[in-house]
Design a protein around this ligand. Structure first.
Ligand code: MSP
Length: 533
């Protein structure tokens, strides 16, 4: 376990298995993947976790609707998640399912620790519940929602506007109310506990408005982890689900104490903005109750909305509106790497993103086909053509010579890394694209095809091609977290296979790493241009 590298632990939410993976869940998973790949390239010892949330009433009902037991239903859907993550080049190191024995053991351990610590008590719950959100609502919240969405004889969920259930059952409660001051102190001491900062304000005012104890066991159905000391009670699905992050690094496993000490706490939980209260209020309070360390950051991303071309406004995606876009449709259009690039660089991670097929094509053509792909293909072609299928023979001291591309590339990793580290993927991409654009511009300015005609200018030609290939090498490294396969392919075409699994990104991005006089392969176009309407 002892490793001199810095540990870095990043997690996605665990997804409900009530339906197949969609664009939103893929978005969150790719965000984490890009971060995980970036950290590996920085030499950190990464653990990247994703998985499935398999308990609760919602999953039980979905199973019933399909005539299966809940476990059969979960087992039947799990492969769809594995498959899509594989297709989308998700490099998770672990995949947790809350029905696994390790989670059952961890949740039961949590119950015992909570009981010892005195933060749970038995009472009865009488109130509102939304099965879709798996969330309890207070009378005040429901009254407000009734005012907004008035439907005679019904009470609708403030979040999803589905009909609420009235639940009356015996239940164990978690003393969330005891943590108000400690949570507020946490937010004061660690202002970046919740990112981006405007989400922190939302969380803080929620906590300031007062916290109620929450019901954390259910007795009216049985698809959950049994409470170890009370027959007939199963764990409330969120109390179970949140713990997955700790379970996967050994919580509750007596043989994994060393791993838990090394890996916990997580550096980043990445979640959608709809589930920040669970992650920024309930989860840290649970950890405080049992005396475990708190995650360093919860990064909340916005929602993907579909851009209505007529109004220019973003709309919620839904089957009933007929505007839902499936991951497979985007993969068909952009390919996997184009898919990843588009969502990671055209949607600001903290904000809602307005997506559209038009915009996807524009970004793909402008950045990938016309800029990055074109740069690689022109430069590699010229190198192969003018230098006998190889990179130029690099003269002594070539990397120190001043030239316009070296100027843009100097310090590029220092500008890119701080952005990547905080999910500013748009800003990081802009740094790389600046070099790509400068290189395309340099081709036009230096006109190597003219230089090549004059044998007296052989040194100049060598310099031009060298500068282009070196810029490409650096861009390939910086684009690798976004488009791993394309970057690997570019490095292979430059005979730099050994650099593919880079673990010192800053060193790799220093000007001067190109290999001299090695085979260059032109290959096919990396991003064939899409015909636009
Ligand atoms: N099971 C819980 C999470 C438990 S984590 C301890 C859950 N699952 S979910 O499958 O409903 O949602 C998972 C994630 O998908 C959430 O983070 C949610 O924000 C995200 N998205 C759902 N629709 C989305 C968009 N349209 N756009 C972006 N992300 C969205 O909640």
């Amino acid at each position: 376990m002892a490793d001199s590298r810095k540990p870095f632990y990043v997690t996605t939410p665990i997804y409900y298995v009530n339906a197949a993976p969609h664009l939103g869940t893929a978005y969150c998973t790719i965000l984490c993947d890009v971060q995980a790949r970036y950290r590996r390239a920085m030499g950190e010892d990464v653990k990247f976790l994703t998985g499935l949330d398999e308990h609760g009433e919602k999953v039980q009902l979905a199973a019933e609707d399909h005539g299966m037991t809940p476990q059969e239903w979960c087992d039947s859907l799990a492969p769809a998640f594995h498959d899509i993550w594989k297709t989308l080049e998700i490099s998770n190191d672990d995949f947790i399912r809350t029905t696994q024995p390790r989670q059952v053991r961890a949740v039961q351990h949590l119950w015992n620790r909570m009981k010892e610590a005195g933060y749970i008590y038995k009472d009865s719950y009488d109130g509102w519940y939304c099965v879709h959100e798996e969330t309890y609502y207070t009378d005040t919240q429901v009254a407000k929602s009734d005012e907004e969405h008035h439907v005679e004889g019904q009470h609708l969920c403030p979040e999803c506007q589905r009909e609420l259930q009235r639940v009356k059952e015996e239940s164990w409660f978690f003393k969330l109310s005891a943590f108000q001051d400690r949570l507020l102190a946490l937010y004061d001491e660690h202002p970046d506990f919740v990112m981006p900062d405007f989400r922190m304000n939302e969380v803080r005012s929620f906590v300031e408005s007062g916290l109620r104890d929450i019901s954390v066991s259910r007795t009216s159905f049985d698809w959950g982890i049994p409470v170890p000391f009370d027959d007939g009670h199963v764990t409330y699905v969120w109390f179970d689900a949140l713990l997955n992050y700790a379970t996967a690094v050994g919580f509750g496993d007596p043989d994994a104490a060393e791993e838990f000490a090394y890996r916990w706490p997580a550096q980043y939980h990445v979640v959608g903005k709809d589930i920040i209260r669970f992650h920024c209020v309930i989860w840290p309070a649970m950890l405080m109750a049992i005396g475990e360390a708190l995650p360093e950051h919860v990064f909340a991303h916005g929602f993907l909305m579909v851009r209505n071309e007529a109004t220019g406004q973003g709309e919620k995606m839904s089957k009933s509106r007929g505007n839902a876009i499936a991951p497979a449709d985007v993969i068909d259009l952009l390919g996997v790497e184009g898919y990843r690039y588009y969502f990671m660089t055209d949607c600001v991670p903290g904000e809602d993103g307005a997506i559209s097929y038009n915009r996807m094509q524009q970004v793909y053509n402008a950045d990938l086909a016309n800029s990055w792909g074109n740069l690689v293909s022109r430069s590699l072609n010229m190198s192969a053509k003018y230098f006998d299928g190889k990179t130029p023979v690099l003269p002594e001291g070539w990397a120190e010579r001043e030239n316009p591309l070296r100027e843009v590339a100097l310090g590029i990793a220092e500008r890119y890394c701080p952005r990547m580290g905080v999910f500013d993927f748009v800003g990081a991409k802009d740094e790389v694209m600046a070099l790509v654009r400068a290189a395309n511009h340099y081709i036009e300015e230096s006109a190597p095809w003219t230089v090549a005609k004059d044998p007296a200018r052989a040194d100049e030609l060598e310099q031009i091609i060298t500068n282009l290939l070196e810029s490409i090498r650096i861009c390939a490294h910086l684009f690798a977290p976004f488009m791993p396969e394309t970057s690997a392919e570019v490095l292979r075409r430059l005979s730099l296979e050994a650099e593919i699994d880079c673990c010192d990104l800053s060193a790799a991005c220093e000007w001067g790493g190109l290999a001299s006089n090695v085979p260059v392969s032109k290959g096919d176009a990396l991003f064939p241009r899409l015909a636009t309407k």
